[in-house]
Design a protein around this ligand. Structure first.
Ligand SMILES: Nc1ncnc2c1ncn2[C@@H]1O[C@H](COP(=O)(O)OP(=O)(O)OP(=O)(O)O)[C@@H](O)[C@H]1O
Length: 310
């Protein structure tokens, strides 16, 4: 559905997007995560036909973003990270205006707008002026606007940014509904856990490059080789340290307070079990042996940490 190949954007000698290559199948929710300035908006603006790439190609549902922008625009609904709303319009007038600009007939707009307002939970606000809406409501109105021509693909640049937790949950629920409607959704955030729940696949962008790509489980697995284990002892710390130092899968041993050590472990679960058994047989006074769960945020920080791309 979306084929991105070697997409690159340079501003002078600075490379904002570096050979991005991703294929996204129909009906998939694909999350793009990256720190501020990673290149997410640059990539999304190119896909939305608002920015020309320096090189590379992107094709959406068979149409090239560079050669057939008009065709692409009919297929996509785009929600930019910063957007303007016309404050002097009421909510329903605002959607009516955009519907008319997509040449949707008055009769169809009369049917469509209440459905969209219902989808984004703004029915009660249909006669309110846009400028009195809360930030969350404005974001939802912008989402409704991007849906007005019933596009197959949605390109949503940080749709939940600046929202409070409740408004984020509301936005997430709406996106789930859009996924159930069969839309292909490309969504960005700088917060990985926010995307992990609703995305089928995730791409991590760092300094313009895709540094990890796959299902949430795949991405988590990339780090499993580096899981962190904490072991607590009843004394004999020096003997414990030298025991674990001898294992080739153990690295970066740190002595913690309370007679504990922490180290990175690259073995699999079976090897980890054997290591614990060996430590007990060596008569080390072990009180606790605990692999730390790496949450998604840790995974993201690890993947984007110190990646030297230049
Ligand atoms: N018009 C421009 N001229 C020069 N540099 C630019 C321009 N637009 C973006 N950049 C740079 O390109 C890089 C990528 O920016 P981009 O907005 O795509 O990042 P982002 O991942 O969307 O970040 P954020 O989460 O902060 O929106 C940044 O270093 C930015 O300063």
């Amino acid at each position: 559905m979306i084929e991105i190949n070697g997409l690159t954007k340079k501003y002078g000698s600075f490379t904002a997007l570096d050979s991005l290559t991703i294929n996204i199948d129909r009906g998939i929710v694909f999350g793009v995560v990256g720190h501020n300035g990673a290149g997410k908006s640059t990539a999304f603006s190119i896909l939305a036909t608002l920015l020309s790439p320096t090189s590379g190609t992107a094709v959406i549902n068979g149409a090239s973003v560079t050669h057939e922008p008009e065709k692409v625009r009919k297929q996509i609904g785009y929600m930019p990270d910063f957007f303007g709303v016309y404050d002097h319009l009421r909510v329903n007038e605002y959607l009516d205006f955009y519907g008319a600009s997509y040449s949707i007939s008055t009769k169809d707009r009369e049917k469509l707008i209440p459905q969209l307002l219902d989808l984004v939970n703004l029915t009660e606000k249909q006669n309110s002026y846009v400028d009195v809406l809360s930030r969350g409501m404005k974001q939802r109105l912008c989402l409704a606007r991007s849906l007005i021509h019933d596009p197959e693909v949605l390109i949503l640049d940080e749709p939940a940014s600046g929202l409070d937790p409740r408004a984020r949950v509301e936005m997430r629920e709406i996106l789930k509904e859009l996924k159930n409607m069969g839309k292909t959704i490309l969504i960005s955030s700088h917060i990985l856990p926010e995307l992990s729940e609703m995305c089928d696949q995730i791409g991590v962008i760092n300094k313009g490059k895709l540094v990890a790509h796959g299902s949430v489980a795949d991405i988590q697995q990339q780090l499993q080789a580096d899981k962190v284990i904490v072991v607590a002892f009843h004394g004999q710390m020096d003997r414990a340290v030298s025991f674990f130092e001898d294992d080739p899968s153990v690295s970066k041993i740190i002595k913690l307070e309370n007679n504990s050590i922490q180290f990175q472990y690259s073995g699999n679960e079976e090897a980890q079990m054997k290591l614990l058994k060996k430590a007990i047989l060596a008569d080390l006074p072990i009180l606790g042996f605990k692999p730390l769960d790496s949450n998604l945020e840790d995974v993201f920080m690890e993947i984007t940490k110190g990646v030297d791309l230049n």
